[in-house]
Design a binder for this molecule. Sequence first.
Ligand SMILES: Cc1cc2nc3c(=O)[nH]c(=O)nc-3n(C[C@H](O)[C@H](O)[C@H](O)COP(=O)(O)OP(=O)(O)OC[C@H]3O[C@@H](n4cnc5c(N)ncnc54)[C@H](O)[C@@H]3O)c2cc1C
Length: 500
Amino acid sequence: MTVIDNLRERLSTARPRPVDAMPIEPVGWAEHQEGVDKLLASFRAVPADKRVRLAKKTSNLFRGRSEEQAGLDVSGLGGVIEVDPVARTADVQGMCTYEDLVDATLPHGLMPFVVPQLKTITLGGAVTGMGVESTSFRNGLPHESVLEMDVLTGTGEILTCSREENVDLFRLFPNSYGSLGYAVRLKIKLEPVPAYVELREERFHTVEEASRVLADVASSHTHRGEPVHGLDGVVFSEDEAYLVFARFTDEEGPTSDYTRDKIYYRSLQHASGIRRDRLTIRDYIWRWDTDWFWCSRAFGAQNPKVRKVWPRELRRSSFYWKLVRLDRKYELEYNFIKKPHGKPRAERVVQDIEVTPENLPEFLHWFFNASDIQPVWLCPIRLRDGVDELVGTGDIASSSSDPWPLYPLRPGQTWVNVGFWSGVDGDHVDPSAPNNGAFNRVIEAKVNELGGHKSLYSEAFYSREKFEELYGGNLPATIKAVTDPDDRFPGLYEKTVDEA
Ligand SMILES: Cc1cc2nc3c(=O)[nH]c(=O)nc-3n(C[C@H](O)[C@H](O)[C@H](O)COP(=O)(O)OP(=O)(O)OC[C@H]3O[C@@H](n4cnc5c(N)ncnc54)[C@H](O)[C@@H]3O)c2cc1C
C-alpha cells in the first residue's frame, strides 16, 4: 500500500463522531455479560504458553507496543453499563472512552471526578495509567473514585476488587499498565456539575510567582476570594506563564467556542493581569482535545486558511494520532522536509513529568534553556484526603506506606504534572545513535535530580534499580506471582521500559 493509499484509508476510517454532545444509551447488564463472555472466549483460544494483549481500536500510549502477542477481543466492552443518578455512580466497561462516558453522565448533571483531556482515553486506561486533569488538585487521580473493579487476571479469572475485597489487586492496579490484568468493569463515583465554567486566566511574569500561586491554590481551593474547581496552566517561556482558575457555575451568559476558528491555548495569551472567559461544562472538559493541546499546529490545523477547510469533526486528538502514526511509519517529516535540506532526524520528546511546586521553577528554567520546546502544560495533583485509610490493608500491599504503592505520590503533598509533547532537532541527539532518546534521557536525569518522577505512557530509560525505587519495589512482581503465575502479561518494567 502506498503512503497516499494509507493516508486515504486512515482518513476514511476516522471516526465520524460529531463534535457536539451525542446521546449515549447505557448498554445494560446482559450486553455487558456478552462482552465479558467474548473476552473470556478469546483468552481461552490463546495457547496457554502464549502472551496476550488488548486488541483495541484506539490508544494514547506513546511508547512502542508489541504486536507479537495475541490480541484479546474487547469489542463488547466499550460502553456505559448503567448510570445511577441518585447514588451518583456509574458502572462502566473497561474500554469505554471518556467521550462516551461524559455524554452518558452529563445529561444527569454528573461527571466523573477526573476526566483526562483526550476524548479516546478509556476509563480502564486512565485508572491503570494514572490520568490527570484540572480537577486533580481536589479530586486526585481517576483510580481514587473507583468503588470496585472487575479485572481479568492472567489465570483467566475475573476478580472483583475494592477497598474490602482483593485489596492487593485494587491497591496495586493503578500504574500497573495492564501488567496485572485488564479492568472489564469499573464502578465509579460521579460528581454533580453545573452547566457552565467561568475561567479566570492570570498572567505571571515569572515562573517563581506562578509556582507559588499554583501551590497555594492547590491546597486552599480559592483564589482572590473566589472558589476554584479546576486548576491548570500553560507556560510559554520563563517570563510568560498563565494559570487558569475555573469556577463551576449555573449562571447564564455568553460562552466561547474553541472548536471553530479560535484556538484555546492561544486565547490565554495576554499582556498582563486577568482575562475572563466562559465555556459550557462539556467544552471545558474537552478544551484541550480539539487541538490536542497545541500539537495540531504541526499539521497546519492552526493556520486560518487550513483550519477553514479542516472538517470540524476531524479537529480531535484521535485524528491527529492517526497522522502521527502515519508519519512514524513512513518518516514523512524526515523524508520530505528534513532529509532534502540535509537535516538529521528529530528526537521525539513526549513526556509528562512530576515535580513538587518548590522544584518547578528550577525545572522550567532548565527546560526552556535546554530546548526550544514550548509551551508546556502544568497541572497540580494531590491525592484525595482520607486515602491513607488504605495503608496497612491487603497482604502484599500492606508492606508499603503509600496508599497506591506503584506510583510515588503521598497524601498531603502537592505535585505538579508538567506535560510537553514535541521534539528536538538533531543537535540534542547523539549522532552515533540517532534514535537512542538522548534528550529524553537528559530530562529523566534532571527530573531524578529534582526528586521527581514521570508517567510511564511514553519512553522511559530507568535502570531496574531506579525503577524499583520509584514504582513499588518488588511489589509488582510479588502480586504478579499470584494473579499471573504463567506470565500471560508482560511485567511492568518490561512493558514500560523495555516496550514489550
Ligand atoms: C500526547 C499525549 C498526551 C497525554 N496527555 C494526557 C493528559 O493530559 N492527561 C492524562 O490523563 N493522560 C494523558 N496521556 C496519557 C494517557 O492517559 C495514558 O497513556 C493512558 O493510559 C491512555 O489510556 P488509553 O485508554 O488510551 O489506553 P491505551 O493507550 O490503549 O493503553 C495504555 C496502557 O494501559 C493498559 N490498559 C488499557 N486499558 C486497560 C484496562 N481496561 N485495564 C488494564 N490496563 C489497560 C494497556 O495495556 C497499556 O499498557 C497522554 C498521552 C499522550 C501520548
